[in-house]
Design a protein around this ligand. Structure first.
Ligand code: NCD
Length: 306
């Protein structure tokens, strides 16, 4: 199946390159011309956030409101009857009967897929455990399209916690829809991308190489995608202590080695992996990226619901 109408959004691999490009065309229209009228008037989006979120939740909410729709939902498990022992599945059934679309984030891998099996209405995965974050990946690729005209032919580094980070995993999988010149997966050995992600990337023909140090490849990069260590997903506190602070993007390193045209992306929140002095340079594209979340998610809701 292709297109978006009435569909769930669980993994970035559920869509084709053609689907994504159509979505980005509409996001461009929304960004440059705005939204006409109130196309989603009378429609309700349920936000089921069992885990913390700032950008993803608020940009979905803002997008729905700009389209004339309304939102209901919760921002933590403690605020729901799950705290009284109600099952995840029952919670999703209720939300499905109260709304037209559910956006769900949960700490367990596979939670969004399960929600989609239970719900009649479309379900959007806003992050399930360490697995998928498809709308972030759409936003990441869209940002590269806005900044560079597209992904094909670029040299892209993905730095950080590639093992527990769902944003990084989804971004790597999203790159397999395109033809970048070279992809470097840069991480300490303990935080290498998971085998299933690497296998998928290999089978889909992505030209990637795993390396340990940013310093060895930074001079080649057009795009550097940085992620934080997912402290809350690392099962063993000692493992976290071993990798804490193991990579950091400094202004010195960039100025000494990187191309002048390097753009740095980050799904945010960032903690200490990027020197804050980078924030105000032309290298930093992460605030632009966060801002593009509104037109991208507006276009996505239009495609699914309008
Ligand atoms: C990411 C997430 O929740 O996976 N945040 C986001 O949606 N932009 C990244 C992270 O938490 O590190």
């Amino acid at each position: 199946m292709s297109g978006f109408k009435g569909r769930d959004v669980i993994s970035i691999l559920d869509f084709t390159r053609g689907d994504l490009e159509e979505l980005f065309d509409l996001a461009d229209e929304v960004r440059l011309k705005g939204v006409k009228g109130r196309p989603l008037e009378g429609r309700i989006m349920a936000l089921a956030f069992f885990e913390p979120s700032t950008r993803t939740r608020l940009s979905f909410e803002a997008a729905m409101k700009r389209l004339g729709g309304e939102t209901i939902g919760f921002t933590s498990e403690e605020a729901t009857s799950v705290a009284k022992g109600e099952s995840f599945v029952d919670t999703i059934r209720m939300l499905d009967s109260y709304s037209d679309i559910i956006v769900v984030r949960h700490r367990y891998d596979g939670a969004a897929r399960l929600a989609a099996e239970v719900a009649e209405n479309p379900v959007i995965n806003a992050g399930d455990g360490k697995q998928h974050h498809p709308t972030q990946a759409m936003l990441d690729i869209y940002t590269i399209r806005v900044l560079e005209g597209g992904v094909d032919g670029l040299t892209i580094g993905v730095l950080g916690d590639l093992k527990y980070g769902r944003a990084a995993s989804s971004f790597i999988l999203a790159l397999t829809h395109y033809k970048p010149k070279q992809v470097y997966l840069i991480s300490p050995p303990q935080l290498r991308a998971r085998r299933e992600v690497l296998e998928e990337a290999r089978n889909r023909g992505l030209n990637y190489r795993e390396v340990e140090n940013l310093e060895d490849v930074i001079h080649e990069l057009d795009i550097l995608y940085v992620t934080r260590i997912q402290k809350e997903r690392i099962p063993d506190p000692e493992e976290y202590e071993r990798v804490k602070g193991s990579y950091r993007v400094t202004l010195e390193m960039i100025e000494r080695k990187a191309k002048k045209s390097l753009k740095i992306l980050h799904p945010l929140p960032k903690v200490d992996e990027i020197d804050p002095r980078v924030d105000t340079t032309h290298y930093a594209a992460y605030y632009t990226q966060a801002k593009l979340g509104i037109p991208l998610r507006t276009a996505l809701l239009l495609k699914i619901l309008a």
